[in-house]
Design a protein around this ligand. Structure first.
Ligand SMILES: Cc1ncc(COP(=O)(O)O)c(C=O)c1O
Length: 227
C-alpha cells in the first residue's frame, strides 16, 4: 500500500486519526508492505515532524523521496530496511544510470545542512501555524472558504458555494488574480476547488502577512463575492 502522509494533488487532504495505524495492522497481518511517498511532504515541510509519516505514528517499510531533496537539482532516493534491499540482490542486475551521482549527493547533503542550520522545519511549524490561523480568520469573513486544512507549510483552502458544492471557477479566478498581484498559487483536487499553499520553507511571518492582505483584496472582489 502506497500513501502520501497528507494527500497533496488530491486536494491537500489529511487522513482521519488512526487511519494509517489501523491499516498497518491489517497490512502486517497479510505481509503487505507500506510505502510512504514523502516527495511533497518530507524534509520538514509539515513542521511538527521531519517526515509526514511521523504524524501518523507508523513506520513504513519503504519511504520514497524526491523533489525538495535537491531543492531544484534532480535527485530522488528510496529508503528501506536491509531485509527489503537484499531482495533486489537476486542475481538480476539492478541499476540506475545516474544513481549515486556524487555531485547530486553533495547537493542533497547541503540541502539537509541548510534545513538544519536555518531551522527550516521550525520555521515551517511557526509560520505555518500563524498562516493557518490567519486563513481560518479569513474563512470566518468569507464563507466561500469552506475548509482550511494541512500542517506546517503544507496547507489547503477549499472553496465552496452555499450548498457546499465545489467552486472551481472561483478557485481559478483567485489563482489568476493572485498571479497578477505577484503570488504564484495553484488549484488542485478532483474538483479543482482547493488552493494549494506550499511556499518555500524560508517563507516568513512577514510573507504570510503580505499573502493575507492580497488574499483579502481578491476575496472582496465582485466575482468572488457573487452568487
Ligand atoms: C507526491 C509525488 N510523488 C511522486 C512524484 C514523482 O516524482 P518524480 O518526478 O521525481 O518521479 C511527484 C511529482 O510531482 C509527486 O508530487
Amino acid at each position: 500500500m502506497i500513501f502520501e502522509p497528507i494527500i497533496s494533488c488530491g486536494g491537500q487532504i489529511e487522513m482521519p486519526d488512526s487511519f494509517l495505524k489501523n491499516c498497518k495492522k491489517v497490512l502486517d497481518k497479510y505481509n503487505i508492505l507500506l510505502i510512504a511517498d514523502e516527495v511533497q511532504t518530507g524534509f520538514g515541510r509539515v513542521g511538527e515532524k521531519f517526515w509526514g509519516f511521523e504524524l501518523h505514528d507508523v513506520i513504513p517499510d519503504i519511504v520514497t523521496l524526491g523533489k525538495p531533496m535537491g531543492n531544484g537539482h534532480p535527485i530522488g532516493a528510496v529508503v528501506c530496511t536491509n531485509e527489503i534491499s537484499k531482495k533486489f540482490d537476486n542475481g538480476l542486475e539492478f541499476f540506475s544510470s545516474f544513481g549515486g551521482n556524487p555531485v547530486s549527493c553533495i547537493i542533497a547533503n547541503e540541502v539537509l545542512n541548510e534545513i538544519e542550520n536555518k531551522n527550516l522545519q521550525e520555521n515551517a511549524q511557526r509560520t505555518g501555524s500563524y498562516l493557518k490561523n490567519e486563513l481560518k480568520k479569513l474563512s470566518k469573513k468569507h464563507p466561500i472558504i469552506g475548509d482550511v486544512r494541512g500542517r506546517g507549510l503544507f496547507l489547503g483552502l477549499e472553496l465552496v458555494d452555499k450548498n457546499l458544492n465545489p467552486e472551481a471557477r472561483k478557485a481559478a479566478y483567485l489563482v489568476n488574480r493572485m498571479k497578477e498581484l505577484g503570488v504564484l498559487m495553484s488549484n488542485d483536487g478532483i474538483d479543482k476547488n482547493v488552493i494549494k499553499i506550499k511556499p518555500p520553507l524560508i517563507f516568513s511571518i512577514e510573507d504570510s502577512k503580505k499573502l493575507i492582505i492580497l488574499l483579502e483584496k481578491v476575496f472582496a472582489e465582485n466575482f468572488m463575492a457573487s452568487d
